[in-house]
Design a protein around this ligand. Sequence first.
Ligand code: FES
Length: 162
Amino acid sequence: MSDQGDVKDINRILEDIQRQIAEQERAIYTPTVIEHAYHPRNWGRMDRADARRIWQGPCGDTMEIYLRLDKEGTDKAAIRVISFMTDGCGSSVACGSMLTTMVQGKTLEQAGKIQPRDLLIALGGLPQESAHCAFLAVHTLHEAILNWYRSAHTRSKEPNDG
Ligand code: FES
């Protein structure tokens, strides 16, 4: 067989494998989960974030969330820009992506009320064994918000210069 024939065979095998993987994913995950897992929104770390948090879930995977705020220092502080990173599974990527789109523009108070079930509903559900990935994303967001409140509290207690 020619080299070109070998390459065609390998390409056909790879296409078959990719097709099988895509079919398996469609059988397990909703189209929304697949879309966010393959095309995550707000992916990446952020320089000079107003708040951030990295959190490790019980599965051992971590998520990082970064916030930049509008009206910082007021009780109307809102999330102007948000980004996330994770070394976790595809479900955690979908969770981080969907969560960041859900809370963009919301006040910290509103974002702090989001629960894992809200995220699961927005994604159209996850398999039971992946539901903890939604908890990881939401818990990391809540911790980032708490970090901001903690540092705001510390700043308010610092003596004024001059
Ligand atoms: Fe660890 Fe999904 S984040 S399995």
